[in-house]
Structure formats: C-alpha cells, structure tokens
Design a protein around this ligand. Structure first.
Ligand code: ZN
Length: 84
C-alpha cells in the first residue's frame, strides 16, 4: 500500500526585504522621507496631479520640519543654540 504524498515543500520566494526593519535603522529624517515617499507611491490621490492630498502635505511638512531641525543642529553643532 503505497500512500502517495504529493505535498510539495513550501515554496520559498527567497529572502524578502524587511522594509519595517530597514526603516527602524534609518535616521528620523530618512524615516520621515520614507513615510512621505511610501505614502505617495501607494496613494491614488498623490498620483493624480489634479487632486491634492492633505496626508502627503502633512508628511512633507513633517519631513521638512525634521530635516530643517537636523540641518540646524548640524550647522550649529559647535555653537550653543540660544532658544528654539
Ligand atoms: Zn496621498
């Protein structure tokens, strides 16, 4: 009594890119930019030039704020910042 076992081994589609893990290793500026670009790629409103996407606007504003702050800290890294 031969019992055929046709169960194929689980197909492994190769190593996937762990995007979430990769993002956690990025700097805050890179994470903010990745959030903006990641949204823009998946958002239909962002792909339509005739429509404005408030989400993209917020993400872009957040990215600019973070990057501006980061650059300001780099520029004034050797000087003491007075106020914010
Ligand atoms: Zn969008």
């Amino acid at each position: 009594m031969d019992e055929p076992r046709d169960t194929p081994p689980p197909a492994e589609s190769g190593p996937r890119l762990p995007l979430a893990t990769a993002n956690s290793r990025l700097s805050p500026v890179q994470q903010a930019y990745a959030a903006y670009t990641g949204h823009a790629i998946a958002c239909p409103a962002c792909r339509d030039v005739d429509r404005t996407c408030p989400d993209a606007g917020e993400l872009w504003t957040a990215y600019r704020a973070i990057s501006d702050d980061a650059y300001a800290q780099l520029a004034e890294g050797t000087r003491s910042r007075n106020g914010h």
